[in-house]
Design a protein around this ligand. Structure first.
Ligand SMILES: Nc1ncnc2c1ncn2[C@@H]1O[C@H](COP(=O)(O)OP(=O)(O)OP(=O)(O)O)[C@@H](O)[C@H]1O
Length: 427
């Protein structure tokens, strides 16, 4: 087994699945001279009490200074793009405290930039939220949730830590500790080859700990997916494997992970009926309009763990009826009592004589074929997992129970034999 040490995980933004908007073209590659002028940024919030005590990295900004960017210069005023995204150039200041190094991510709410924090002397990730009222308001809720979680997360190991936030040129900016690549980044870089089961176990355990921690605080994440689970460290190793030919695979050097994107997190109430979760990880009660709560996170965890074992998203679909037909194919028939209680809209479109209107209601023959080619859950797991497959199947069946009240809770899942000492091997 050949091993190669690599220090940085290159972020790439193109995604085979159409989940995120493709990268917008902009001036990121340029290093324009900054204009000297008044600073427009104003720090209106401070959560310095949450600042972790990690030692600052010895990163320096000398390369940027040498390009003539004055330390306290404010960048020229630029119009936001048509969607309200902040326009920037690498090397710009973001208030006098932060300097922009690169763009590392993008989502519905805004862009995430890698920045140097001059005060703490460390790299941080700053989410620059779109300058649109609803996103600004949602960002303030995210800040509130992050502060609440930070106060209770004594070890700082469950969710991404907020360092600071401020309002800059009508954009809410949330400063986070900088984490490594997402689980999805790894899957994509590995051409959607599965993770070893012992790594899946380590990730699954931490993911469940984080979800249990949130649920204990009466918070539901509602958008758990491989993109929102980040390795803490960017370091990885390259491993050569010989299976149907030779290929090399990247594996993280450390399995430590944290949850990000608390922008959709919500406090538990009994009456949630609006649509939540990214399609592939959406629970059946959400699709059927039955109301949802903590168990919708557990369904997402089940889908994520299958994806880590197999390499591919379990339910690759963009349509409700096909999605539920896929669930039936993999997990067996949906319970009649759930279909009967479906809200009027869902019942009219997807239910016929007390059962799913499938294949009659299918949009195309391709759709029927896509459903037919899906294996049963047991077969998916046995195809990819060499040891502890039986326990993995038991756990996944508990997480993917249709009836939310029967679905495993995060604490129950943590007690499952899949995580017991006998199964645990050092990743
Ligand atoms: N702390 C961090 N460290 C490193 N990268 C990060 C960090 N936070 C976010 N990212 C990167 O930025 C991307 C977008 O972040 P995030 O999911 O929080 O944005 P969003 O706009 O709320 O997304 P969504 O559309 O999923 O709601 C992530 O997928 C990740 O690649």
């Amino acid at each position: 087994m050949e091993m190669e040490r690599v220090a940085e995980f290159p972020y790439a933004h193109m995604d085979r699945r159409p989940r995120k908007r493709p990268r917008v073209g902009w001036e990121a590659a340029q290093h324009p001279r900054a204009q000297i002028g008044m600073l427009c940024g104003q720090e209106v919030g401070d959560v310095t009490s949450l600042i972790s005590s990690t030692a600052p990295s010895d990163h320096t900004c000398s390369s940027l200074y040498s390009k003539g960017v004055a330390r306290n210069a404010s960048p020229p005023w630029r119009e936001d793009d048509k969607d309200g995204h902040y326009m920037f150039a690498v090397g710009d200041n973001l208030t006098s405290r932060y300097k922009i190094y690169s763009k590392i991510g993008e989502g519905t709410f805004g862009q995430v930039l890698e920045c140097w924090d001059r005060e703490k002397k460390e790299m941080v990730a700053i989410k620059i939220v779109r300058s649109i009222k609803k996103y600004r308001e949602a960002a303030m809720i995210e800040v509130d949730v992050l502060q609440h979680l930070g106060k209770h997360d004594k070890t700082g190991s469950r969710c991404v830590q907020i360092r600071n936030w401020f309002d800059y040129r009508n954009h809410i900016c949330i400063v986070f500790e900088k984490l490594g690549p997402s689980l999805y980044d790894f899957l994509r870089k590995n051409a959607y080859r599965p993770f070893p089961i012992d790594l899946v176990r380590e990730i699954g355990r931490q993911l469940l700990e984080s979800v249990a921690f949130m649920h204990d605080l009466h918070l539901i994440h509602t958008d758990l997916k491989p993109e929102n689970i980040l390795f803490v460290s960017p370091e990885y190793i390259k491993v050569s494997e010989y299976k149907d030919g030779s290929f090399s695979k990247r594996l993280p050097k450390s399995s430590a992970i944290k949850l990000i994107d608390l922008g959709s997190a919500t406090y538990d109430r009994k009456d949630h009926t609006y649509i939540v979760s990214t399609r592939h990880y959406r629970a059946p009660e959400v699709i059927l309009g039955l109301g949802w709560s903590y168990p919708c996170d557990m369904w997402s965890v089940g889908c994520i763990l299958v994806e880590l074992c197999s390499g591919e998203a379990l339910f690759q679909t963009h349509e409700n009826l096909e999605h539920m037909a896929m669930m039936e194919r993999v997990l067996g028939p949906l319970p009649q009592h759930m279909l009967k209680r479906a809200d009027r809209h869902a019942a009219e479109k997807y239910v016929r004589r007390g059962r799913l209107n499938w294949p009659e209601g299918a949009a195309s023959r391709e759709s029927i074929k896509a459903v037919q080619k899906l294996p049963r859950l047991q077969n998916i797991v046995m195809q990819h997992v060499d040891h502890s497959a039986g326990d993995a199947i038991g756990l996944l069946q508990g997480l993917l129970r249709y009836e939310p009240s029967e679905r495993m809770t995060a604490r129950e899942a943590l007690g499952h034999p899949f995580f017991s000492a006998g199964n645990r091997r050092r990743y």
